[in-house]
Design a protein around this ligand. Structure first.
Ligand SMILES: [Zn+2]
Length: 272
C-alpha cells in the first residue's frame, strides 16, 4: 500500500535500503568471529581516542607504557595492543576486545603505586583475553550493520542511558563504532566473568613482576577513596567480601608466579 503512494525513484531507494539491510544482516552470522569483533573494537577505540584529551603527564604515561607492555606480554595473546592515558577525573580503566586499553588520569592517585596499576590492568586485560561478553558484542555488531540505517539514532540513545564520561563522549557519533562502544561501556560482566578476571588478573600482575598482594589492597583503596559513591570502575566491577576472600585464597599461587618472574619490581614506583 505504501509503495503505491510514493514515486518510482523513492520506491527504488526504499527497495535498495531494504535489500542492503537484508543482505548485511544475512552476511553477519549470529556468531561473528573474533576478527570481526576486534575490528569493531578498533574502530570504537579510535573514536574514543579522537574525542578524548590525551594526558601530557610524561611520568604517568611512561608508567602506563611499561606496565601495559608487561601485562600484554604475560597474557600470551598476540593482540594488536594499544594503550592511552586519558586526561579525565573519572576513576576508570578498561580494555576492549583485541587489546585496546585506556587508563583515566583520575584513577592514578587512587592506585598509589605501579603494582596497583598492574593489578587493575591485569583484571581488565583478562576480560579481553577470555572473550567476556562475546555474545553481547556479537549482538552489537548485528545491530551495527543495521546501524548503517539507525547508527545515528543509537548514538543519541546512548546519551540517554550513558552513566560514564567515557560513554558520553561518544554521543553524537553515528554508525557502527558508536553502537559497539555503547554496548561496551554499558556492559556489566557476569559474576563468573568477574571472578575469572580477578584470578587471571592477579596471576598476570605476578608474572609481570609485581607483588600480587596489591591486587587485594587496591580494590579496598578504591572503595574507600570513593567515599560512598562507587567509582565507575567499581560500578561495573562490584566489590564484595567474597572477592577479597578469593584474592586472598589465590595469593599463594600468585606469589609463586611472582617469585619465578624473571624481573621483579615489587610495588614499582609510587604514584605522586
Ligand atoms: Zn571486571
Amino acid at each position: 500500500m505504501l509503495l503505491e503512494k510514493i514515486g518510482p525513484m523513492k520506491k527504488l531507494l526504499l527497495i535498495f535500503s531494504l535489500l542492503s539491510f537484508i543482505l548485511f544482516s544475512g552476511c553477519s552470522s549470529l556468531d561473528p568471529d573474533q576478527k570481526e569483533i576486534n575490528a569493531m573494537a578498533q574502530e570504537a577505540y579510535n573514536e574514543v581516542k579522537a574525542k578524548s584529551k590525551i594526558s601530557k603527564n610524561a611520568e604517568w604515561k611512561a608508567m602506563v607504557d611499561r606496565v601495559a607492555k608487561r601485562i600484554a606480554k604475560e597474557s600470551g595473546h598476540d593482540f594488536d595492543w594499544e594503550w592511552m592515558l586519558i586526561e579525565s577525573p573519572e576513576v576508570n580503566a578498561w580494555c576492549m576486545p583485541g587489546g585496546k586499553i585506556a587508563v583515566y588520569t583520575g584513577i592514578m592517585p587512587v592506585l598509589q603505586n605501579e603494582a596497583a596499576l598492574a593489578a587493575v590492568l591485569g583484571h581488565e586485560v583478562a576480560h579481553a583475553t577470555e572473550n567476556h561478553g562475546k555474545e553481547r558484542y556479537a549482538r552489537a555488531i548485528k545491530g551495527n550493520l543495521a546501524g548503517l540505517v539507525i547508527g545515528g539514532a543509537a548514538a543519541v540513545g546512548g546519551q540517554l542511558f550513558c552513566q560514564s564520561e567515557s560513554c558520553r563522549l561518544l554521543t553524537g557519533l553515528g554508525g557502527a563504532a558508536a553502537g559497539f562502544a555503547i554496548t561496551f561501556f554499558d556492559m556489566k560482566y557476569s559474576r563468573k566473568d568477574e571472578v575469572e578476571a580477578d584470578k587471571i588478573g592477579q596471576r598476570l600482575m605476578a608474572k609481570a613482576g609485581y607483588q600480587p598482594d596489591e591486587a587485594i589492597k587496591v580494590w579496598e583503596r578504591m572503595k574507600k577513596a570513593s567515599g560512598g559513591e562507587p567509582p565507575e570502575i567499581l560500578s561495573t566491577h562490584p566489590s564484595s567480601e567474597r572477592r577479597m576472600e578469593n584474592l586472598r585464597q589465590w595469593l599463594p599461587q600468585s606469589k609463586e608466579l611472582y617469585h619465578s618472574a624473571s624481573e621483579k619490581y615489587g610495588l614499582g614506583e609510587r604514584i605522586q
